[in-house]
Structures are given as C-alpha cells and as structure tokens.
Design a protein around this ligand. Structure first.
Ligand code: PMP
Length: 417
C-alpha cells in the first residue's frame, strides 16, 4: 500500500473532513477551534462563502491560463486591486505559488538589479525550504542541515531578540544595528551586498516583532549603501499583525515586498511587489513558471481582499489581538515557565523557559498536544521549539477568542508549566 512519506511529520492526529469559519471538523462532527489557520493561510476563515463563490465561478470559466503564454482577467484584476493595499511606489507585481518561490524571486531580482552577490539575513528568520530559501533560513538547524552545500553568499546578522539576550529593547536594537554595521565592515562589503531580507515579525523563529527602530535602521542603511531592503511578509501580511502589512507601524517602505499565505485564503498564491524601475533592472524573462498566478487562486485572492476590506478584518485583527494577548498574559502569570507572551495582532506566541532561561521545548510541545483534547488546535515555533503560537483567522469573534483562551487555561493546568 502506498502511504505518505514518513518524513512528513504532523502536529496533530486530526483527520479533517470539512471546515468552516474558525473551526475544523472530523467525519464524526467533532469540532476543533482552529488557531493554526493552516500556518496563517486561511485568513478569512475556512471556506468563506465569498471566496468559495469566486473560486467556483472561476473554475467553470478558466482554471489555468499560463501567464507567459496568455493573460487572463483574474490576474489583471487582482494586480489592480492589490494596488489599493501595496505601499506607495511598489507598482509592479510578479506572482508565484509558494512563499519559498517568491523569496527566491526576490533574491534573484536583488542580485540582478544591484549586480552584487551577497544577502544579509537576520538570525532566527524563516524564509522557506527550497535550497536557496533554506540558505537564508536560520530559524533552526533542522531547516538547513544535512543537505549541504547551501547557496553561498549568505551572511547572518543578529536579530534584536531582547527577551533572549536579557536586555531592554533599546539596548538590543543598538547592539543589533552595531553588529550589522560590523558585518558590513568585516565580512560582507557594501559593494558585495545586494540585499537585507527580514520578516517584520519573526514567524517560525518565535513570533518576535522586529522593533520599529530596528526596521527604520535597516531602511536608513539600505538607502545609504544602495542595498535592497526585502521584507518577507509571507506570514505577516494581509492583516495578520493588526495592520495590513507587518511593517506599517515602522513607517518605512521596502524595496521588495513578499506576500503569500493569507493572500488567497488557502489557494496557493504568492507575489513579490517592487517599483517598476527596480523590476526593469533585472533581465527580461528572468521571471516565470508554469503555475504562478493561477486563475482560480487570483480569483480567490481578489475575493479575499474584498472581504478583508468590507468586513474590517484588519481592524478586527488588531482588536481581537489585544484581547488575546491580554488574556494569555494574565494566564501566564500563574505559570512557572510561560515567561514571555508577545506578538502583534493575531500573531501571538507564548515562550516556555525555566527561571534560569533554559528553553523548554518539551513543555511547549506537551501544551500544544494537550490543547488538542481541549478542542483547540495550536502550533509550536521558535528557534528552540519552545514557543506555542496562536494564529486565529482574521474573522475570529471575541467569543471565539474567549473560547480559545479558556481551553488554553485548562491546558496549562494539565501541563506542569
Ligand atoms: N517566509 C515566511 C516568513 C514564512 O513564514 C514561510 C512559511 N512558513 C515561507 C517564507 C515559506 O513559504 P512556503 O512554505 O509557502 O514556501
């Protein structure tokens, strides 16, 4: 009998039969509150009626209109509509399917446009699993060891992870910017450095918001040195962090923005956006692919953007995020090991460490597993695997936040945290 690869590990034993809104169901009708959203993908909830309708209508009209062969309306309409949300000046869009592919497209663009080879990443970042994207990923050695050689030309600077360093945020930001300057002075010369790539909130690396002053410091250095600033908003984009883009609070504009996950509510679609003048610096024909910008995915993305705007889902993300983080912080006070609760919008993590700072991935996993029996699906993350992350859909209601919080309260009573 053929079976799925044993290397594909699964965080829960749930066999999903169907899903709607904030819940997934098995064939017996047992429900779980889904605070994983397929790793931040089902932004409008499962099977939002508008998204379902748009996809169904498109399936009957055109499924695949390969974009280097023909053009189709869903991709043109989506591109125009994205302009309502993209930062000013990022007026040129290339579509792919996965986050990793879009990351690779961004790297290719930055290298071609600058004529420089090196990429600087920030420790704990996650950018994907394809070999080039894994080369940029430092969210844990499990993503990058055992299949060497990785892509050369990648250098890693510290991410201002104040909780881990045990410093206040200002001190940590000063340190991280100083170390970045030192890296440029000692290891990757400005003349060799094509790009900085960073997530506005570290995702798989531990749900750590990048301090505003750090992002502004990157922008200032990128401008000064002619380095391309790439923001990987694969997980943080489309309202996830309580603003449309994760970098909005920093008031900066990236040179290249990468989006995926929440963009099409579950259909595979990713994109990079950049100023047209920057795109034109790369080689004609250097962007393409068989499936990118699939017509059904584009129709679903268009419906997603309409729902996000019409139903005020960015505002809801901000409001429910405040409710969630406040409740999780209150619960953490009664534990010995939930030492930090942090995040932005509906991207919230609880970090488990011993009083001496030793990471406790065992407790994070026990809690994530025990929550399943309490009717709540969660995931772990973090460079040491010791963070439990909460990723509700943007449509989540206050009642559903409270339901999840109560399930988490019960869970932590079962786990010796
Ligand atoms: N970048 C970020 C910030 C991500 O969170 C992810 C996926 N977790 C990726 C890139 C890679 O996306 P994909 O799995 O679709 O290749």
């Amino acid at each position: 009998m053929t079976a799925l690869s044993p290397l594909l590990t699964t965080a829960t034993p749930v066999l999903v039969d169907h899903a709607l809104g904030s819940y997934v169901y098995d064939a017996d009708g047992r429900a779980w509150l889904d605070f994983t959203t397929g790793i931040g993908v089902t932004s409008t909830g499962h099977c939002h009626p508008d998204v379902v309708r748009a996809a169904q209508e498109q399936v009957g009209k055109l499924i695949h209109g390969q974009y280097t062969t023909v053009r189709h309306n869903p991709i043109l309409d989506l591109t125009e509509r994205l302009g309502d949300f993209l930062p000013a000046g990022l007026d040129s869009v290339f579509y792919a399917n996965s986050g990793s592919e879009a990351v690779e497209a961004a790297i290719r663009l930055a290298r071609m446009a600058t004529g420089r080879p090196n990429i600087i990443t920030f420790q704990g970042g996650f950018h994907g699993r394809t070999v080039a994207a894994a080369s940029l990923t430092t969210a844990g050695t499990k993503f990058r060891s055992g299949f060497a050689p990785l892509m050369p030309g990648v250098f890693t600077a510290p991410f201002p992870y104040a909780f881990r360093y045990g410093w206040d945020e200002e001190t940590t930001v000063d340190f991280a910017l100083r170390e970045l300057d030192y890296l440029l002075a000692t290891t990757s010369a400005v003349a060799d450095t094509a790009a900085f790539i960073i997530e506005p909130v570290l995702g798989d690396g531990g749900y750590l918001p990048a301090p505003i002053r750090f992002l502004q410091g990157l922008r200032e250095r990128a401008d000064r040195h002619g380095i391309t600033l790439i923001l990987d908003e694969v997980q943080t984009g489309v309202g996830r962090t309580g603003t449309f883009w994760g970098h909005d609070p920093a008031g900066i504009t990236p040179d290249v923005l990468i989006t995926a996950k929440g963009l099409a509510s579950g259909f595979p679609l990713s994109a990079i956006a950049a100023p047209e003048a920057l795109m034109r610096k790369a080689w004609p024909g250097s962007q393409g692919g068989t499936y990118g910008g699939n017509a059904v995915s584009c129709a679903a993305a268009l419906a997603t953007l309409n729902v996000v705007e019409r139903d005020g889902l960015v505002e809801n993300s901000a409001e429910q995020g405040v409710r969630l983080i406040g409740a999780l912080r209150e619960i953490a006070q009664d534990t010995k090991t939930v030492a930090d609760v942090r995040g932005r919008g509906l991207m919230v993590g609880c970090e488990f460490v011993d009083p001496d700072g030793t990471p406790r991935p065992d407790l994070a996993t026990s809690a994530q597993q025990a929550a399943i029996d309490e009717g709540l699906l969660l995931l772990t993350c973090g460079t040491r695997g010791n963070v439990v992350r909460f990723i509700p859909p943007l449509i989540v209601t206050p009642e559903q936040i409270d339901e999840g919080v109560e399930a988490w309260r019960r869970t932590l009573k079962l786990v010796d945290a």
